[in-house]
Design a protein around this ligand. Structure first.
Ligand code: SAM
Length: 286
């Protein structure tokens, strides 16, 4: 095993050697605990044959472990100071570093470019917190098959992805995500294992695509779900009628979908929302 980058000593040594001090604007909080990177890599990769995409390798704390577990790692980094550091410090032939803002990457194109026949594709990252949700939605919307996504994020954001009906954190994001993926917590992570130390704790969450549902127009379904959560204190009927733009129709559709109009969206399951979409899909004018 190579000397771990994910320690405070090695991190500071690399930062001084290459003059690459952390940039807050890029959400740079490097992991300085070997056990954490090892556990993320272990959860992210099931077989060395899987193609691994990493978002934001930084100075390579997690990248190093990903390269030990997979024969092909492709990492996207926005900070132009870092590819050279990764090349020198990691030294694996099967690591490719791409200097690019991940928000501008065409995910389908990159998967097509790097994936070999029948190869499974996974994503892993200690995400830059300022774009956690946009990055995940970009991956959720990819057409090419992704097996699983294993990522570190702010604990309270992770709780929203994981939340089930009747839980405080449950919202449209929970429903839309669970429509596509089984979501599970890999571990809680203390703020003390990052350099510099952020103000919040983190969580590693894994998303596995389940392909259980295939609605005709998913964009309309997502808009409908969001509309039902617009004002948390209102009943589902009150929120939903703004979406349908017809009070009577809204009530009838809820009843047909077996949803009591006086309940709140937070009490409805994913299956409830799917039924509501199905009974009304001819009426939704988006
Ligand atoms: N993986 C490293 C670790 O765990 O120590 C660094 C994680 S740090 C939280 C986030 C990384 O994402 C930084 O290296 C940052 O430069 C990079 N980053 C930020 N925005 C990015 C973007 N839009 N596209 C690609 N990388 C980005």
């Amino acid at each position: 095993m190579n000397q771990r980058i994910a320690t405070i000593k090695k991190t500071k040594e690399i930062q001084e050697k290459y003059n690459v001090f952390t940039k807050k604007t890029y959400g740079q909080n490097f992991i300085i605990e070997p056990k954490v990177v090892e556990k993320i890599a272990q959860a992210a990769i099931e077989s060395p044959d899987e193609l691994v995409f990493e978002i934001g390798p930084g100075i390579g704390a997690l990248t190093q472990c990903l390269c030990e577990r997979s024969n092909h790692v492709v990492a996207f980094e926005i900070d132009d100071r870092l590819p050279m550091v990764l090349e020198n410090e990691i030294g694996f032939d099967h690591l490719e570093v791409i200097l690019q803002d991940f928000m501008k990457v065409d995910v389908d194109q990159q998967i097509q470019k790097y994936r070999k026949e029948n190869q499974k594709v996974v994503f892993a990252s200690n995400l830059p917190y300022y774009i956690t949700t946009p990055i995940l939605f970009k991956l959720f919307e990819a057409k090419e098959k992704i097996e699983r996504i294993t990522v570190m994020m702010q604990k309270e954001v992770g709780e929203r992805f994981l939340a089930k009906e009747n839980e405080k954190e449950y919202n449209a994001l929970s429903v839309i995500t669970q429509y596509r993926c089984d979501v599970k917590k890999v571990m809680d992570v203390s703020r003390h294992v990052f350099w510099p130390k952020p103000n919040v704790d983190s969580m590693v969450v894994q998303f596995s695509f389940h392909h259980k549902y295939r609605l005709e127009n998913e964009d309309v379904f997502f808009k409908m779900v969001k509309s039902c959560f617009t004002q948390r204190r209102k009943t589902i009927y009150n929120n939903f009628q703004d979406f349908v733009k017809d009070k009577e129709l809204a009530k009838n559709l809820l009843i047909q979908a077996n949803i009591e109009p006086s309940t709140r969206a937070q009490q409805c399951t994913l299956e409830d929302f799917i039924r509501l979409y199905e009974v009304g899909k001819g009426y939704y004018d988006c």
